[in-house]
Ligand binder design. Structure first.
Ligand code: OGA
Ligand code: NI
Length: 369
């Protein structure tokens, strides 16, 4: 075929992939299309029988019993949180006070959302990064060279009354169940911020940052990973760190999340009903590098669909994020430049986002290559 004939074919193929992996699976696939095949060094490591070669046992993240934060052992829990944020950038929370029904209903209604006909889901497809509701696929579908095996629904969630009118109306109970979930995760985040600040020895009362976080941004990201015929060739999400202060992740009972720990990818064991909490770039900046936003990625599998709900919380979109003045002195000069949301948006729209590039670019002394 001459190049002029290939171009329309490629364009037609690309259009198909823009509709997402759920749609692709519905049309029937028995092999992973080239568009989703990652270069060998970036692929997960599987044996021929589709079993993941595990570097060691699944990772047991430090477990925080949230109820203990309100009892006599609070100082001990705060130390565990500090150690977890320094060593892993991740911890799991149990006994967090959210009723099992709220999280189960959220996963279940999200499953039903992704089962809607493509025409219904695609009403929310937009390239506008600041849209209150955004349906899409891969990581950044307008920039990614290789696609990820993931579709998503992103919902802006705070202040809720501003955004709720834009949320999907189908399934008919989506709005009410997702709104309850968003409100309750926001409350949980509020309690976690107090604990995190205290663990950094910052008095939250009257602290400017604490006030801003209370009124801050919340983005609920629902991730849908359909079963994949050749999971050893692709990824559900590439290695990335989360933009924001903290992410509260709810997973169903299917494993898939891996974090980079001591230079190895380790799988996080899902604990039913728990939340996985991770340090985002903003908390790394705010803590002046004491707490680290750690790279993580998602693997897919050949048999079970997986749903996760990540709630990303941070300062208001209009805020300037900087190391806390309370953690800076002559011995501890700031390690990061001040940054804001528009700088981030410019950054992601200018290149293929991956690894921790954005955060790296905010480090003082960083040289653009
Ligand atoms: C994310 C994320 C992990 C998962 O949404 O940023 O890392 O397990 N999700 O889906
Ligand atoms: Ni993430």
């Amino acid at each position: 075929m001459s190049p002029s004939m290939i171009a329309p074919v490629v364009e037609e193929e690309n259009k198909k992939y823009q509709r997402g992996v759920k749609h692709l699976c519905e049309t029937g696939v028995t092999k992973v299309p080239t568009k989703y095949i990652w270069p060998e060094p970036d692929r997960p490591i599987f044996t021929k029988s589709d079993k993941l070669i595990k570097p060691k046992q699944n990772l047991k993240l430090p477990i925080i019993d949230f109820a203990e934060l309100f009892g006599p052992t609070r100082p001990h829990v705060l130390r565990t949180i500090a150690e977890a944020c320094e060593t892993y950038g991740f911890f799991q929370v149990v006994n967090h006070g959210m009723e099992g029904d709220v999280s189960r209903n959220m996963i279940e209604v999200c499953k039903r959302f992704f089962e809607l006909p493509y025409e219904e889901r695609s009403k929310y497809m937009t390239s506008d990064m600041s849209a209150p509701v955004r349906y899409g696929t891969s990581f950044n579908q307008s920039k990614d060279n290789v696609f990820c095996w993931r579709d998503f629904l992103k919902l802006l969630a705070h202040p809720l009354p501003d955004y709720l009118p834009y949320w999907p109306t189908s399934p008919s109970d989506f709005r009410s169940l997702a709104a309850t979930y968003a409100k309750e995760t926001k409350e949980m985040f509020g309690m976690m911020v107090k604990a995190i600040l205290e663990s950094l020895e910052i008095d939250g009362d009257g602290d400017e940052a604490a006030g801003e976080l209370e009124e801050g941004s919340q983005l609920v990201v629902v991730n849908c990973y359909p079963p994949c015929p050749e999971p050893e060739l692709t990824l559900g999400m590439p290695p990335h760190s989360d933009y924001g202060f903290l992410t509260l992740l709810l997973q169903d009972d299917v494993e898939g999340l891996q974090i980079l720990f001591r230079d190895e990818w380790v799988t996080v064991d899902p604990i039913p009903g728990s939340f996985v909490v991770n340090v985002g770039d903003h908390l790394e900046i705010f803590s002046n590098g004491r707490y680290k936003s750690v790279l993580h990625r998602v693997l897919v599998n050949s048999t079970k669909p997986r749903i996760s709900v990540a709630s990303l919380h941070s300062f208001p979109f209009t805020s300037v994020v900087k190391p806390s003045p309370k953690l800076i002195d002559e011995q501890n000069p700031p390690k990061y430049m001040e940054t804001d949301f528009s700088t981030f948006l410019q950054y992601v729209s200018s290149r293929e986002p991956k690894w921790k590039n954005f955060l790296e670019s905010r480090k003082i002394g960083h040289r653009l290559k």
